[in-house]
Write a protein that binds this ligand. Structure first.
Ligand code: TXA
Ligand code: MG
Length: 338
């Protein structure tokens, strides 16, 4: 077991060495524009097995395969015309498509399913590693199973530092929440499995047809086959250890009455007294959903590391693309059990 993990700066020499680690069947945590991923050669079953062990992830939970090009995407999954439309509109970017799987992908990667989740990431360092490694890379979020996804190299080290050898530091992630996952196995019936920065409305507009929401707690094929939902679908996921309660708007004055609890507001409270209280935190100073998304997982980790008895968070207001994604993650963090 490699220990402890080294954080590498993205020098050309380090990138080449880390590509070698991937080619030899090793694990490297890499930055993407959404969250950090724990990468391995997607076509090497033994390498991907190491991902499951490092994360403590159940073998029933399939991985996302990251690709550099459309041709590579078509090598791992069957790109139907609807998938090509979405790829043209949103790739490279924070969109994962669940497609019929090709045989080349080991069963371990897809948890034995007939489908594979494919994403073409935008982060220049991840793309460079795909190019250097010369193969698709399987990568779930680089956190112990069920915990909050990492948006910095330090987050990865805090969670997996004793279980993996290498972390590539690309600074904080630009988006901050995981990709939108869309089930496109049946192109006439697209189903949103996980909300992210690419909104349901944007997907529907690009496809020219409505996109259904997955019924809560299901994943379509994943559930039918294994009887277990994928964790993106688990009610409790992305979770701090400190109990978290999610409510509609919290009155600014409430924090003063409960000093042993941490209050996570969407926006910085307007009065100075409220904003300066030690137990008051917020996701954005300006009301920007983008800023809130970048901060969400870091705030949850920070609050979880404090001595708070409980965390009270308020739902994210507004209709922007990221509001459903942020409320989805907050709701999962608040759920008591899976
Ligand atoms: O932004 C992201 O998607 C990040 C970065 C690293 O790319 N990755 C990520 O991976 O969030 P992970 O494993 O934490 O979440 C992948 C989600 C899980 O909910 C998994 O169950 C679902 O995608 N998934 C993967 N393959 C699937 C399949 N064949 N059918 C249905 N769901 C699938
Ligand atoms: Mg994850």
């Amino acid at each position: 077991m490699p220990s402890p993990a080294r954080i590498h700066r993205p020098t050309p020499r380090n990138l080449a060495r880390l590509a070698g680690v991937l080619q030899r069947g090793g694990l490297v945590a890499l930055p993407t524009e959404t969250v950090y991923g724990l990468a391995a050669d997607a076509l090497d079953a033994a390498a991907c097995g190491k991902i499951f062990r490092a994360k403590g992830r159940p073998a029933t939970d399939p991985l996302i395969v990251h690709v550099l090009t459309l041709a590579q995407a078509d090598e791992v999954g069957e790109l139907n015309p609807a998938a090509r439309k979405l790829a043209a509109a949103f790739w490279p970017g924070p969109l994962t498509l669940v497609l019929p799987k090709r045989e080349i992908v080991p069963a371990m990667v897809t948890a034995g399913l007939g489908s594979v989740a494919v994403r073409m990431p935008k982060h220049p360092l991840f793309r460079k590693m795909l190019r250097l490694a010369g193969r698709p890379l399987a990568a779930p979020s680089a956190n112990p199973f069920g915990y909050i996804s990492p948006t910095t190299a330090a987050h990865v080290k805090a969670g997996l530092g004793r279980r993996i050898g290498h972390i590539l530091d690309g600074g904080p992630c630009r988006i901050g929440v995981e990709s939108t996952v869309l089930d496109l196995r049946v192109p006439e019936h697209p189903v949103l499995l996980r909300p992210g920065a690419v909104s349901r409305a944007a997907l529907a507009a690009a496809l020219g047809r409505p996109v259904r929401l997955a019924p809560a707690g299901t994943t379509g094929e994943a559930e039918r086959t294994t009887g277990l939902p994928g964790p993106g679908m688990l009610a409790r996921h992305y979770s701090p250890r400190t109990p978290l309660t999610l409510t509609e708007k919290i009155a600014a004055g409430r924090a003063a009455a409960a000093p042993e609890e941490a209050f996570l507001f969407f926006r910085r409270p307007k009065t100075r007294a409220a904003a300066e209280a030690k137990n008051v935190f917020w996701l954005t100073a300006t009301g920007s959903l983008e800023e809130a998304a970048r901060n969400l997982f870091d705030r949850l980790r920070h609050l979880d590391g404090g001595a708070w008895h409980a965390i009270r968070a308020e739902r994210v207001p507004g209709r922007g693309a990221l509001a459903p994604a942020l409320n989805d993650r907050l709701a999962r963090a608040a759920a008591r059990k899976g």
